[in-house]
Design a protein around this ligand. Structure first.
Ligand SMILES: Nc1ncnc2c1ncn2[C@@H]1O[C@H](COP(=O)(O)OP(=O)(O)OP(=O)(O)O)[C@@H](O)[C@H]1O
Ligand SMILES: [Mg+2]
Length: 145
């Protein structure tokens, strides 16, 4: 029933919990898991990459990309003892849009996502990413509270 599971991760406790559910499902269904992290777009401040601001901006992006890779590697290591096929996907863009596009374009069967993330503000049940993804996804979405 579930062959491909997409797990969007932002390093938050809730997304870590979502991954644990995805791992359990993947074991049961012999599914493949994709660990995904979207780096929110930094608006471009300059036209060229040759001035100082452009350089600083590029080095911030490089740093964010390499931190993202470390984060996803750690997540992958957390269940490497299980016999589950896993891959990783990091992209720069609007998190909800990128998650939706990935799920549709690559025919994922399920998205397992945290209800809240790093930006947790008390009083809301869902964050903006989980909200948008659950409303617009082309496949089932499992939201972990
Ligand atoms: N940048 C991201 N890349 C991948 N997955 C993400 C990203 N941001 C959030 N998620 C996923 O969405 C879930 C819900 O996070 P969301 O961002 O919607 O809540 P929040 O941070 O509490 O609220 P908001 O960001 O709206 O202030 C997370 O647990 C995670 O699974
Ligand atoms: Mg967030």
């Amino acid at each position: 029933m579930y062959n491909k599971i997409l797990v969007p991760l932002d390093g938050s406790e809730r997304s870590t919990k979502a991954l644990a559910h995805a791992v359990t499902l993947a074991e049961k269904f012999s599914a493949k898991i994709t660990l995904m992290y979207a780096i929110p777009i930094i608006p471009p401040y300059t036209d060229t990459a040759i001035d100082r601001v452009g350089h600083v901006q590029q080095s911030i992006i490089d740093e964010l990309l390499s931190n993202g890779k470390v984060m996803l590697d750690q997540y992958a290591a957390s269940f490497s003892d299980k016999n589950i096929e896993v891959d990783q996907f990091i992209i720069i863009g609007h998190p909800a849009n990128e998650i939706l596009e990935k799920a549709t374009q690559e025919d994922y069967d399920l998205i397992v996502i945290g209800s809240r993330g790093l930006g947790e503000i008390k009083g809301y049940i869902m964050g903006s990413v989980s909200n948008r993804v659950s409303r617009h996804a082309s496949c089932p979405v499992l939201i972990i509270h």
